[in-house]
Structures are given as structure tokens and as C-alpha cells.
Design a protein around this ligand. Structure first.
Ligand SMILES: [Ca+2]
Ligand SMILES: [Ca+2]
Length: 152
């Protein structure tokens, strides 16, 4: 009896170990599920939150290939209940928008409680963006930020 229980306990432990080793990619947290720089290692999006009911989140992106983190100034409207995630795809979503095999980060930026605020001149100059809808794209071995194309 005791021997059988031990056997079952060992089997259960083994099973859960095997299951955790074979984790489906979709079970990884959304922010660490994607490989942006094409080295077959997942990269990580980190975020900070200013507090308050709405404004704002800011993100940074850690790339495994260069072992570097790039922080972006873009303010992302709040309203996330369980932390910054994919629950508001009209604001933040990751997908291969341009069909080049690598995912891009889509962001709606600089709105407060849904209302757009002017894009700061510094952002326009630094990133060459004009709109509230942008893509963070790994292109030619580096990160670039572009206005969201009309037809990705
Ligand atoms: Ca990577
Ligand atoms: Ca792409």
C-alpha cells in the first residue's frame, strides 16, 4: 500500500515535471513569449506604471541577441486590471504585422482616458513618428519605431 502510494507520488512528480518541460509557447506570459530579434530565444517586455486609474504605462524591451534593454518614452493609457498584458489589443498587441516572420509590437500611445494628447516634438524627431499608433519593429538588426502602416 505504502509502496504504491510512493510509486504514484513519483509518477505524479515526473508527470508534472515533463508537462512543465514541454510547455506550450502560448502558456508563457504574453510579455516573454516572443522572439523579436530572430535568435530563437524569447525576448522580454518589461513595463513600469506611473500609478493612477489611467495614465500611464511605459515599456522596455530586452533583446536576447544583444543582451540589451531599450526603454521607450511612449506613454500608454492605463486600465489594465491584472498588469500590463494582451487584454486590450486596441492599445497593445504583438503580431507579425508585415509578414516578415518576426513579430512587431503595436502600441497606441499618448492618449489619456482614451483621448489623444499631442505627440511630443521630441518623440516626433527621435522616432520620426506622427501618429498615436506605432509599431516597434526589429529591422536590419536593430529596433526601429514607425507609424502604424495603413495596411500592414
Ligand atoms: Ca530573441
Ligand atoms: Ca514582422
Amino acid at each position: 500500500m505504502l509502496f504504491n502510494m510512493i510509486k504514484i507520488a513519483i509518477l505524479l512528480t515526473l508527470c508534472s515535471f515533463i508537462v512543465s518541460c514541454n510547455k506550450d509557447e502560448t502558456q508563457l506570459p504574453y510579455l516573454s513569449r516572443f522572439d523579436f530579434d530572430n535568435d530563437n530565444i524569447h525576448d522580454t517586455i518589461n513595463y513600469s506604471y506611473s500609478g493612477g486609474a489611467h495614465c500611464c504605462y511605459q515599456i522596455s524591451l530586452f533583446l536576447s541577441s544583444s543582451n540589451t534593454t531599450q526603454t521607450f518614452p511612449f506613454q500608454i493609457d492605463g486600465g489594465y486590471i491584472g498588469g500590463f498584458d494582451d487584454s486590450k489589443p486596441d492599445t497593445f498587441f504583438i503580431k507579425d504585422f508585415d509578414n516578415d516572420g518576426l513579430p512587431e509590437i503595436y502600441l497606441k500611445i499618448n492618449t489619456y482616458n482614451g483621448d489623444p494628447i499631442d505627440i511630443p516634438i521630441e518623440w516626433q524627431e527621435a522616432y520620426n513618428i506622427q501618429t498615436h499608433y506605432i509599431l516597434i519593429d526589429y529591422y536590419n538588426n536593430k529596433i526601429r519605431v514607425i507609424d502604424f502602416p495603413e495596411q500592414p
